[in-house]
Unconditional design. Structure first.
Length: 359
């Protein structure tokens, strides 16, 4: 389900269930054009993120993960759907709720989990932790701890793509909380002025850190935020992986063809608090349960698979069992891997100058 920038303002109602209604008829048509294997892959990819994050929450509770830990449970359809629309070489950059994006990019769950536990075998050698991971091999340019900082960096990636004329698109994620940051609008202006190939993906999970968007934003329809810069935008059902994929394909084509940036507002909902230390008392348990029961992105795909006769209960249980084994292996790897040598404190801090370069 997508609504373009010309839509009406709508009601400002702080109810997550009212803000994430699906469009199942269109979705089924999209699924039938994609086929069984495609939908099963999205199901497995989303389930991997869900089970990974559940285990990460357990390890945090056991004291094996330190610092902050922001889980992606409930938002899995966005990372998986957008990744499905990308081409090899396209970049991804996001904030600190990034575990799901890394897995969607194809990074090894063992390396991601090892980074969470601060081990030398982690994706950032145990020095980044939950909020600061990176992989140039996967074209993943980081989770970033400063709210909104990745927006200007993602715009810089797009500037490099434009300069090199390499056909790549920078997918730059940020949340509803970051949408009010000043550097976001400076980036919008630059991106449109220079027709940069960037897709801004706003993951609107309704509450930012803990304040409803209705209490923090004068304009709650975030896909309109680029209007003054002439950037087109759409509102998308971020709980529907096929709707996400379709919108991301459209946005990527717009950016890749030289027409400049595009904004996608993904209406989604996180089931857990902002971080593991957040009890989320700013919303009711009934509200969360209602979303889980009626709008869960994984359950929605299960229904589509069964409706099309593409998977039965046994097939889905087998996929879940496989995913759980992968996650269990990742957790054991993270638990038993060695911690970084103290000398790692001094590596990757500065880039060595080429031999013979002038000071």
């Amino acid at each position: 389900m997508a609504r373009e920038q010309t839509g009406a303002a709508g009601q400002r109602k702080a109810n997550g269930a009212a803000k994430t209604q699906p469009s199942k008829g269109k979705t089924l048509a999209q699924v039938e054009s994609g086929g069984k294997d495609e939908l099963l892959k999205y199901y497995r990819d989303m389930l991997l993120i869900r089970r990974f994050e559940e285990r990460a929450g357990q390890l945090y509770g056991m004291g094996l993960i330190g610092g902050f830990c922001h889980l992606y449970i409930g938002q899995e359809a966005i990372a998986v759907g957008v990744q499905a629309a990308q081409k090899p070489g396209d970049q991804v950059i996001t904030g600190y709720r990034e575990h799901g994006h890394m897995l969607a990019c194809g990074m090894d769950p063992k390396e991601v989990m090892a980074e969470l536990t601060g081990r030398a075998s982690g994706s950032s050698k145990g020095k980044g932790g939950s909020m600061h991971m990176f992989s140039t091999e996967a074209a993943f340019y980081g989770g970033h701890g400063i709210v909104g900082a990745q927006v200007s960096l993602g715009t810089g990636l797009a500037l490099a793509n434009r300069y090199r004329d390499d056909g790549k698109v920078a997918f730059t994620y940020f949340g509803d909380g970051a949408a009010n940051q000043g550097q976001v609008y400076e980036s919008f202006n630059m991106a449109e002025l220079w027709s940069l190939p960037v897709v801004y993906v706003i993951e609107n999970n309704q509450y930012a850190m803990g304040t409803s968007i209705d209490r923090s934003s004068a304009e709650t329809h975030l896909y309109k935020r680029g209007a003054s810069f002439r950037i087109p935008g759409e509102e998308v059902d971020g709980m529907d992986v096929m709707a996400v994929k379709a919108a991301a394909e459209k946005a990527a084509e717009h950016a890749r063809s030289g027409k400049g940036p595009y904004i996608l507002e993904m209406k989604t909902y996180r089931y857990r608090g902002h971080s593991m230390s957040d009890p989320a008392k700013y919303r009711t348990r009934d509200e969360v349960d209602e979303i889980r029961k009626t709008r869960d992105p994984i359950d929605h795909v299960e229904e589509m698979l069964e409706k099309n006769g593409w998977a039965d209960e046994a097939t889905l249980k087998a996929i879940d069992a496989e995913v759980k084994r992968i996650v269990a292996d990742a957790a054991e790897f993270a638990r038993t891997s060695p911690e970084p040598d103290p000398s790692e404190l001094y590596t990757d801090v500065y880039t060595a100058s080429p031999v013979g370069a002038s000071a």
